[in-house]
Design a protein around this ligand. Structure first.
Ligand code: ADP
Ligand code: MG
Length: 247
């Protein structure tokens, strides 16, 4: 079952063509790793799925509903329903510094006012346990390590019970010894069949966990395929050169 279908996505910043007609498809339970050099448009692509960027041309379809079709965005109410299916985790965590860990998790569902406080608190407790941070519930983000902050950010994204999780270089801001604990949480989610798109430089993770790998360069999808295939037997010269530099 297709959950994300992106077709012919184009975006420019002034004279700079950042996305030059990106197409990709994500099926339910897929873990798609997006790799590629800095500046190739990975973040812009991901951010356009959750409306943090506005695209110029193309279509984005999430679970059979169009966010944007041939460059025309759907109505705000429809867009809200569609983007609610997605959670995003950023490189720099983006936690609220003035809220405790627990409050960071609970603020969005509380504001949505769709369920009881009891349910929300129950879920935040469960999710903090899932990411191993039960003892940090009442701490402020400044007290946490980068790895802990990112695990809070993942738990916070899960609070909204998304169908799809997007990660933009979730371990790139972390000291090497802290990346493992974050990757482990992501592996657990993959094992639970969470549908994920992960922009990453962690080739080991991409190879081991992803069901599909996509190589982007200069605003285009250059090559995609089964990760082991793509990593061990890349077909395109640009993919070969990139992997040679990265592995
Ligand atoms: P990646 O995530 O692959 O490193 P980005 O999507 O962040 O790439 O950026 C792609 C290109 O778009 C880069 O050349 C970047 O400088 C440019 N860019 C990104 N955001 C903006 C912006 N808000 N204004 C102008 N240029 C931007
Ligand atoms: Mg980026």
């Amino acid at each position: 079952m297709t959950v994300i279908e992106v077709s012919n996505l184009k975006k420019a910043y002034g004279e700079l063509d950042v996305l030059k007609g990106i197409s990709l498809r994500v099926n339910k339970n897929d873990v798609v790793a997006i790799i590629g050099p800095s500046g190739s448009g990975k973040s812009t692509m991901l951010r356009s799925l959750v409306l943090l960027e506005e695209i110029d041309e193309g279509s984005i379809c999430i679970s059979d509903a169009h966010l944007v079709k041939d460059g025309v965005y759907s109505k705000p109410q429809e867009i809200k329903t569609i983007t609610a299916k997605m959670g995003m985790v950023f490189q720099h965590f983006n936690l609220f510094p003035h809220l405790t860990v627990k409050e960071n998790l609970e603020i969005a569902p509380k504001m949505a006012k769709k369920e009881s406080l009891k349910l929300i608190q129950q879920r935040s407790g469960e999710l903090l346990e899932k990411v191993g941070l039960t003892n940090w519930a009442n701490a402020y983000p400044a007290k946490l390590s980068g790895g802990q902050k990112q695990r809070v950010a993942i738990a916070r994204a899960l609070m909204m019970e998304p169908e799809i999780l997007l990660f933009d270089e979730p371990t790139s801001a972390l000291d090497p010894e802290l990346t493992g604990e974050v990757l482990q949480v992501m592996k657990d989610l993959a094992q639970e069949k969470m549908t994920m798109i992960v922009v990453t430089h962690e080739m080991g993770f991409a190879r081991e966990v992803a069901t599909e790998a996509i190589f982007m360069d200069n605003g285009e999808v250059i090559e995609s395929g089964e990760p082991t295939q793509l990593f061990t037997n890349p077909q395109n010269e640009r993919t070969k050169a990139f992997l040679k530099r990265s592995l």
